[in-house]
Design a protein around this ligand. Structure first.
Ligand SMILES: Cc1cc2nc3c(=O)[nH]c(=O)nc-3n(C[C@H](O)[C@H](O)[C@H](O)COP(=O)(O)O)c2cc1C
Length: 180
């Protein structure tokens, strides 16, 4: 525990990959989406698009978007694919990453398990297919929209321990210059 409520929420955030099968309440899903939409974006251009997936068969199909790293989608109750419009912003990856992080944090604060599944620059389970092309084939989005990542969502089966202030890597903080 720290002495700050927001930092406590941030320390408690963990990646959760095992889900109970219970439904994520609609109010929680809405708050998670609102957190994503509230994210800052370069020049306020909001270069991101979100696709919310609740269809079981679609979630199972999406679990093949990575070699192993997306397995949890098959057991998830929902997922949100975050896409960036490369015609709207050259920094769509940054815009989309903040949306992902905001939704992941909001999910954790509501007791909803979630995990970031990297899509950009990754390969699908089937050979010679990018994760992006695989997901595009299922979710049917145009070529100007690029896949950043997918957030898997479900009520947690596991409760990973919160991070602690003690384990933060303060050695990554450099004062004034990198080399002292
Ligand atoms: C950019 C990024 C990509 C990630 N990609 C994946 C992924 O494809 N599959 C996965 O299971 N976890 C993925 N993760 C989750 C990390 O493995 C996880 O955040 C890290 O191991 C630290 O654990 P914690 O989130 O519980 O603190 C990703 C996280 C980030 C920030």
């Amino acid at each position: 525990m720290s002495e700050n409520r927001l930092l406590d929420i941030m320390l408690a955030r963990r990646s959760v990959r095992e889900y109970s099968g219970e439904k994520v309440p609609m109010e929680s899903l809405n708050l998670i989406i609102e957190a994503g939409l509230a994210a800052p974006s370069s020049r306020g251009r909001k270069s991101f698009e979100l696709i919310v997936i609740r269809d079981r068969q679609t979630l199972i199909s999406l679990s093949g978007c990575r070699k192993g790293a997306a397995r949890m989608l098959a057991g998830a109750d929902a997922a949100i694919a975050v896409l960036g419009d490369e015609e709207k912003s050259d920094v769509w990856t940054e815009d989309c990453s903040i949306v992902m992080a905001s939704m992941h944090l909001m999910a954790s604060s509501l007791g909803v398990g979630s995990c970031w599944i990297q899509g950009r620059l990754r390969e699908a389970l089937i050979p010679d297919t990018t994760a992006e092309d695989y997901v595009r084939g299922i979710l049917k989005f145009p070529s100007n929209l690029r896949l950043e990542a997918i957030l898997s969502l479900g009520m947690p089966m596991e409760e990973p321990a919160p991070h602690s202030l003690e384990e933060l890597c303060f050695d990554k903080v450099h004062i004034n210059t990198y080399l002292s």
